[in-house]
Design a protein around this ligand. Structure first.
Ligand code: PHE
Length: 341
């Protein structure tokens, strides 16, 4: 009996220490299991009561039950303390966390403004029934000049400062050679646009050595200057808005006759005249009726077929749309510029 009472005393001591020392609910539960669990030491003593002599059973039983109640109470108490401590700690952290601080923004990438704009312009013409054609950037002199009614030594070649690779090969200076390539392999009617890169020996605020053009070509019977005007006016309204005004000024290109430059009302002053446009008008593209000499070069009967062509610089069209004053911004890839689109 003495032995049983002594072991109850040591259980009380150890268990009390364990309960005090537990700093998490998990640790506290481990203490409970050790003494009060199914295989716990106090539980063991309580189970052995049945086989004890009556007198011993009474005194040991009384002591053991008192201890069971006491430990249960202490564990409950400690559980409350630990829970409160946890709550205080979380509150302290919340005080340090300013949920009203603006977050750090992550920037989503997007298409380059030039690609966006190119797509937008192409879409306008696709809606009108044009389809896309492409040609090589490295081009033969024949397609870039000769078949476009500019034989060797033709003075109009000087309109394009050209990167020559050999005497007969060059970096195309415009997308017009694609007209020839398409007409060589297809019969009219033809309705194409040809987006692509071009190259010129040029560099300042409005000229880049590498630029993008979109060429248009429409060949059918009885195509008129009115068709050309109507098509380009629709394009201008789609890109610059319905309020934009346009005018066609006579010009010269060897591959069109008559030729014109299309002007739109200045996007900055709206057509009243400002520092940028002076006259209220800005030039956006070259165009004209396909010259019979071009049809002859591709084997079309110039008596039967008529057509119009136009060519625009994508950078220029977009500079006027977004009022960008330096073409080089498109190539420097300064994110402060790119993010605005
Ligand atoms: N290719 C000409 C240029 O680069 C533009 C143009 C295309 C003009 C088609 C007339 C017809 O300047």
């Amino acid at each position: 009996m003495k032995a049983a009472i002594e072991s109850l005393a040591s259980i009380e001591q150890e268990a009390s220490k364990g309960i005090e020392g537990a700093s998490t609910l998990h640790e506290l539960d481990q203490v409970r299991v050790r003494y009060l669990g199914r295989k716990g030491s106090l539980t063991g003593i309580l189970r052995s009561l049945a086989s004890m002599p009556a007198e011993e059973r009474r005194s040991v039983g009384k002591e053991a039950n008192r201890l069971k109640a006491l430990l249960g109470q202490r564990i409950e108490e400690r559980t409350r303390q630990i829970t409160e401590e946890m709550a205080r700690r979380v509150e302290g952290q919340a005080a340090q966390l300013d949920v009203t601080l603006p977050g750090r923004k992550t920037w989503l990438g997007h298409k380059h403004p030039l690609s966006q704009g190119l797509q937008e312009i192409v879409d306008v013409f696709l809606r009108m029934g044009f389809s896309i054609a492409v040609g090589p950037d490295v081009e033969w002199d024949y397609y870039n000049f000769e078949a476009l009614n500019m034989p060797a030594d033709h003075p109009a070649r000087d309109m394009w400062s050209t990167f020559f690779i050999t005497d007969t090969m060059l970096l195309r200076t415009h997308t017009s050679p694609v007209q020839i390539r398409v007409m060589e392999r297809e019969k009219p009617p033809i309705r194409i646009i040809t987006p692509g890169r071009c190259y010129r020996v040029d560099l300042d605020a409005s000229h880049a050595p590498n630029l993008h053009q979109i060429e248009g070509l429409y060949v059918d019977r009885d195509v008129s200057l009115g068709d050309l005007k109507g098509t380009l006016e629709l394009f201008a309204a789609a890109v610059y808005g319905d309020d934009v005004k346009s005018r066609f000024v006579p010009s010269y290109f060897p591959f069109t006759e008559p030729s014109a430059e299309m002007y739109i009302s200045c996007t900055i002053c709206g057509g009243t005249g400002c520092r940028v446009c002076h006259s209220g008008w800005v030039e956006i593209l070259g165009c004209g009726m396909v010259d019979p000499a071009v049809f002859e070069a591709v084997g079309y009967d110039a008596e039967e077929w008529t057509g119009f062509a136009f060519g625009m610089g994508v950078e220029r069209v977009l500079m006027l749309k977004h009022r960008i004053d330096d073409i080089r911004l498109f190539y420097e890839n300064d994110v402060r510029f790119l993010r605005q689109f």
